[in-house]
Design a protein around this ligand. Structure first.
Ligand SMILES: CC(C)(COP(=O)(O)OP(=O)(O)OC[C@H]1O[C@@H](n2cnc3c(N)ncnc32)[C@H](O)[C@@H]1OP(=O)(O)O)[C@@H](O)C(=O)NCCC(=O)NCCS
Length: 186
C-alpha cells in the first residue's frame, strides 16, 4: 500500500511507534462502538490490533501534518458480502477531537482515488449503522450511492443486533465524478 498525501493528512502504513496515538482513540467509548468494535481495555489489546494492521497492510494510519500524530485509520478491506475479487470495503475511524473538520471525507477521497486508479477496483462499498449520522454524511459527501439497508446484518460485541445501511461506488461512477481527466482503468 502506497503512502498518500492530502492537504492536511498523510495516509501511511501503521508503525509500532503509533501505539500511543492509536490507543488514545481506540479506548474512547465514543469511537469503536460506532464502527462495530469494542473500545480497547488496555495497550496490549491495541498492540495486538496494531500488529495485525502492520501484517495485513490494508489499513492506513491517518497522520495529521500539523499536529504530527496519528489521529485515525482508514482501510480498504475485503467485502465479506461480495465474492468478486476487485471489490473493497471502506472502513474508518477518527479520534474525537478531530471530528467535524471534514478530515475523513478528505482521507476517504484519496483512498478511493487510489483504489480505483491504482488498484483498478471495480467497486468500493461502505456501510454505517442507522444511528451513525456522521458516517452517513461522510459517505454522502464522497458521492456513494445508497443500495439499501441490510436488516439484522450483525450482532455487535455487546450483543446488540444492528442493521447496516449499505452504499457503493463503481469505477464508472468514480470516473464520472472526478471528470474525464482521471486516469484510465488498469
Ligand atoms: C464518522 C467520522 C469518521 C466522521 O469523520 P469527520 O472527519 O468528522 O467527518 P466530517 O467532518 O465530514 O463530519 C461529518 C458529520 O459529522 C457530524 N459532526 C460534525 N462535528 C461533529 C462533532 N463534533 N461530533 C459529532 N458529530 C459531528 C456532522 O453531522 C457532519 O456532517 P456535516 O458536515 O454535514 O455537518 C467520525 O465521526 C468518527 O470517527 N466516528 C466514530 C467512528 C465511526 O463512526 N466510524 C465509521 C463507521 S461506519
Amino acid at each position: 500500500m502506497e503512502t498518500l498525501h492530502t492537504p492536511r493528512l498523510v495516509l501511511r502504513p501503521f508503525e509500532p511507534e503509533d501505539l500511543e496515538d492509536f490507543y488514545a482513540y481506540a479506548q474512547d467509548p465514543e469511537v469503536g462502538p460506532r464502527a462495530g468494535w469494542k473500545p480497547h481495555a488496555n495497550r496490549q489489546e491495541t498492540e495486538k490490533i496494531l500488529r495485525g494492521f502492520i501484517r495485513d497492510g490494508e489499513v492506513w494510519a491517518l497522520w495529521h501534518r500539523e499536529d504530527k500524530k496519528v489521529i485515525g485509520s482508514l482501510g480498504l478491506h475485503r467485502d465479506a458480502t461480495r465474492s468478486v475479487e476487485d471489490v473493497r470495503m471502506l472502513g474508518y475511524v477518527l479520534a474525537r477531537p478531530y471530528w467535524g473538520q471534514g478530515l475523513m471525507p478528505e482521507a476517504a477521497e484519496a483512498a478511493m482515488d487510489y483504489g480505483f486508479a491504482r488498484l483498478g477496483l471495480a467497486l468500493i462499498s461502505v456501510a454505517h449503522f442507522p444511528f451513525n449520522a456522521a458516517s452517513r454524511r461522510v459517505i454522502e459527501k464522497c458521492g456513494f450511492s445508497y443500495e439499501g439497508t441490510r436488516r439484522h446484518a450483525l450482532r455487535r460485541y455487546d450483543g446488540m443486533v444492528l442493521d447496516e445501511c449499505c452504499y457503493s461506488m463503481t469505477w464508472e461512477e468514480w470516473q464520472a465524478l472526478r471528470g474525464s481527466n482521471g486516469p484510465g482503468k488498469g
